[in-house]
Ligand binder design. Structure first.
Ligand code: PHE
Length: 341
């Protein structure tokens, strides 16, 4: 082979060793094989300077060199690309042995859980939700509920007054009046919300949550109340739970009752939770006092109703075995995490 061709071949072989990337391989290939400027391409143009008798040999040599170079450089390109791919794989490799980043799952607050459960149960019995306001007038919170200014029952609820007329409602019962003023029977409402009383110990908090129920229609009796509460306690505390009514007093209901359910912890035998009695007090209720119906323009000769008020914190404390109401308001995640229905 012509010495010039041999020299180019050596140049390709030794130059290939320096190639590190596919971009360099591309440039390197162009340097030799580009038709116009590549070293092998230019060799063909030299033909005219070669003596005629050597031209055939020279042409053959150039063609052989070109074919060899093509194959050699394709192989170089393939090898470099494979190496590059391998390096990329290495760089992007995911270490699956690393522990996963822990995500904290939240859960609903016990008050919200109970509130939602109660709403579900009563909505299933056809109750509509009415949300009253936390600031009320003295009239709606007391007077209209048959608790006039000088009534001794006002002492039962230590009230936060904002002015002589306005106060923070002490009971969701205030909502009963708004509903009955605006809607004629049949009425079946459930009114959840915050209430406020100046009271503070292990089982009382100045702010707590109640859920009021009110049903007014023709021929409503205490039996309807107990029947409905039976369904309610079975759903919330378990199928074997029973209810009993004890006489009580609220100015806005007559007769008034305190509702107990059989202790869901011991089944009625007597334990720490029910203080050995087998029964647990769960809510206050009664037949809507005729005076309250009259205050709202409803004829007590035609209609009657029952009302009940459930303390949501109390229900949550009983259901989840919480012994201090403060635990429900301190937002200590160690406590709240344990309560997840
Ligand atoms: N409002 C009463 C309370 O807060 C509870 C209650 C509601 C009683 C409805 C009877 C009827 O103690």
């Amino acid at each position: 082979m012509n010495a010039g061709l041999e020299q180019i071949k050596q140049e390709i072989i030794s130059g290939a060793e320096e190639i590190r990337s596919s971009k360099e391989a591309y440039e390197f290939r162009k340097k030799f094989l580009d038709g116009k400027t590549g070293k092998i391409g230019l060799l063909m143009r030299e033909m005219k300077n070669i003596p005629p008798e050597q031209r055939a040999d020279y042409g053959k040599g150039v063609n052989e060199l070109k074919e060899w170079a093509l194959e050699f450089l394709v192989e170089l390109d393939t090898r470099i690309k494979a190496k590059e791919l391998q390096e990329r794989y290495e760089a992007e490799k995911i270490d699956i042995s690393l522990p996963a980043v822990e995500t904290q799952q939240g859960n609903l607050h016990p008050i919200t859980l109970i509130r939602n459960q109660l709403i579900d149960i009563f909505a299933g019995m056809g109750f509509e939700i009415y949300e009253g306001t936390e600031i009320e007038t003295d009239y709606y919170n007391f007077t209209a509920l048959n608790t006039p200014q000088d009534h001794p029952a006002r002492d039962m609820q230590d009230t936060f007054y904002l002015s002589p007329e306005f106060l923070l409602r002490t009971q969701t019962s205030a909502g009963q009046i708004h509903v009955m003023e605006n809607k004629k029977p049949p009425i079946k409402i459930l009114s959840p919300g915050k209430v406020f009383r100046s009271d503070d110990d292990a089982t009382h908090s100045p702010m707590f949550t109640q859920m009021e129920g009110l049903v007014v229609d023709k021929g409503i009796t205490l039996c309807d109340l107990q029947g409905m509460l039976d369904v309610f306690v079975k759903k919330i505390y378990g199928e074997d739970t029973k209810t009993r009514l004890r006489p009580s007093y609220f100015p806005f209901t007559e007769p008034s009752v305190e509702v107990d359910c059989s202790c869901f912890e011991c089944g009625g035998k007597g334990c720490k939770l029910c203080k050995g009695t087998g029964w647990i007090e769960i809510l206050g209720a009664g037949i809507v006092n005729n005076k309250v119906l009259e205050n709202c323009g409803i004829d007590p000769d035609e209609y009657s109703g029952f009302a009940f008020g459930i303390g949501i914190e109390r229900t949550a404390m009983l259901k989840y075995g919480i012994n201090n109401i403060k635990l429900l308001f301190e937002s200590d995640l160690r406590v709240l995490k344990q309560i997840n229905d």
